[in-house]
Design a protein around this ligand. Structure first.
Ligand code: NAI
Length: 334
C-alpha cells in the first residue's frame, strides 16, 4: 500500500525506512500540509498519514475520495482537523492514535503552568536586559493552589497525578466522569470548578460542544487573577476574550501550546509581523502569556510510539479492512 506522509521530520525517516523493509507499505513524503490548496498534489496513494496542521474539510475529503484514497491515518490523538462525517459518507476510513504518551503532554502542561506562575518570561527578559532585581517576579506555588481540570481522560488524569504530587487541591469536570479520575480529583459541576480554581487546565477534545468553552461568559465566572493553561486545542478558547481578560487583569496569566488559527504559522518559519493576527501578536508581546508552537506531544518516546501505532493501524486496514483505532465520534471542524 502506497502511503503519503505529511509532516515527517528528518529524524523520523529511519522509522519509515525500517517499516518499508517489511514490503507491505511504501512511503512518499509531502512537503506542505494537506489542505484545499495542496490536495491536488496527492497522486496514486491509498493512504495518508496526517498531522494536525492538515485540514480535511468536506471539499478536501471529496477530492481525496476521487483520487482513490481509502485510509486517513491521523498521527495524533485529536482528530478535529478531519471532517469525519464527510470522510465516512465518502466511504473512506479514518483512524487515530488514541494514546501514545499522555506523560509527554502532561509534563509540558506543568512546565507551562510553572513558567506562568513564576513569571519566567519576564524573569528571562529582565536578565537579558541586565536587570537582576526582584521587581515583578513574586510567584505563586502550584502546590498552594486549587487546580481545575476540564476533561479527565488520559492526559487530564496524568496532569492530575502530577498536580497531586505538587500538593495542589485538584477539582475535575467531565461530561463522562470516570472512576480512575475520581481517585485523583474531586468532581464538581463545571461552573463550580470555574469559580473555585486558581489555575485551570484544559484537557478536553475540541467538539461542537466544547468550542470556545472558555469565552467571555466563562472567563467572567473565574476567580480574579486565575491562570489558564491550554495544551488541548486552540478552538477551546476565545482568544480575543482571553486577551481582553489579561488586559483587564481579570486573568492572571495564560499559557497556550495550541492556537485556533495556528495552521497559518505552526511548523513554519515566520516573523511575528508576517503573521497577520493582531490577537496573536498582542498575546506574544505580553509577559503573562506564554506560548509554545504545539510541541507538548513532541518527545522522542512519544514520536516513536505515535508512528508505531499509526503503521500498525494501516497494516490492520490492509489485512482486515478494519482498524481498532477507527475514529468513533463524528468530530469535525467547528
Ligand atoms: P481522552 O479521550 O482520553 O480524554 C478526553 C476527556 O475529555 C474524556 O474524558 C471526555 O469525556 C472529556 N470531554 C469530552 N468533551 C468534553 C467537554 N466538552 N468538556 C470537558 N471534558 C470533555 O483524550 P486525551 O488523550 O486525554 O486527550 C485530550 C485532548 O488533548 C485531545 O483531544 C487533543 O485535542 C489534546 N492533545 C494535545 C496534544 C498537544 O500536543 N498539545 C497532544 C495530544 C492530545
Amino acid at each position: 500500500m502506497k502511503v503519503r506522509v505529511y509532516g515527517a521530520q528528518p529524524d523520523e525517516l529511519r522509522l519509515y525506512e525500517e517499516a518499508e523493509k517489511q514490503g507491505d507499505l511504501s512511503f512518499v513524503f509531502a512537503k506542505a500540509p494537506l489542505n484545499e490548496e495542496t490536495v491536488q498534489e496527492v497522486q496514486d496513494c491509498e493512504a495518508l498519514i496526517l498531522l494536525t496542521n492538515c485540514q480535511v474539510n468536506e471539499k478536501v475529503a471529496e477530492e481525496l475520495s476521487k483520487k482513490g484514497v481509502k485510509y486517513l491515518a491521523c498521527r495524533s490523538a485529536g482528530t478535529d482537523h478531519v471532517d469525519y462525517a464527510a470522510v465516512k459518507r465518502l466511504g473512506m476510513c479514518c483512524c487515530n492514535v488514541p494514546f501514545y504518551a499522555p506523560e509527554a503532554i502532561a509534563e509540558h502542561t506543568i512546565l507551562m503552568a510553572l513558567r506562568v506562575l513564576r513569571h519566567e518570561k519576564k524573569c528571562s527578559a529582565k536578565v537579558a536586559a541586565g536587570d537582576y532585581t526582584l521587581e515583578g517576579l513574586k510567584g505563586r506555588q502550584l502546590g498552594q493552589l486549587t487546580a481545575g481540570v476540564l476533561g479527565t481522560g488520559r492526559i487530564g488524569r496524568t496532569t492530575m497525578n502530577l498536580l497531586n504530587g505538587f500538593g495542589a487541591r485538584v477539582l475535575g469536570w467531565d461530561p463522562y466522569p470516570n472512576d480512575a479520575a475520581a481517585k485523583l480529583c474531586t468532581y464538581v459541576e463545571r461552573d463550580e470548578l470555574l469559580k473555585q480554581s486558581d489555575i485551570i487546565f484544559l484537557h478536553c477534545p475540541l467538539t461542537p460542544d466544547s468550542y470556545h468553552v472558555i469565552g467571555r461568559e466563562t472567563l467572567g465566572m473565574m476567580k480574579e487573577g486565575a491562570v489558564l493553561i491550554n495544551t488541548a486545542r486552540g478552538g477551546l478558547v476565545d482568544q480575543d476574550a482571553v486577551l481582553e481578560a489579561l488586559e483587564r487583569g481579570r486573568l492572571g496569566g495564560f499559557a497556550f501550546d495550541v492556537y485556533e488559527n495556528e495552521a497559518a504559522f505552526v511548523r513554519k518559519k515566520k516573523t511575528l509581523a508576517e503573521i497577520d493576527d493582531p490577537t496573536f501578536q498582542a498575546l506574544l508581546a505580553r509577559d503573562d502569556a506564554i506560548y509554545s508552537p504545539h510541541v507538548a506531544f513532541y518527545t522522542d518516546g512519544a514520536i516513536y510510539s505515535m508512528i508505531e501505532v499509526t503503521l500498525a493501524n494501516l497494516r490492520e486496514y490492509l489485512t482486515t479492512g478494519q482498524c481498532r483505532n477507527e475514529v468513533k465520534e463524528e468530530a469535525g471542524p467547528v
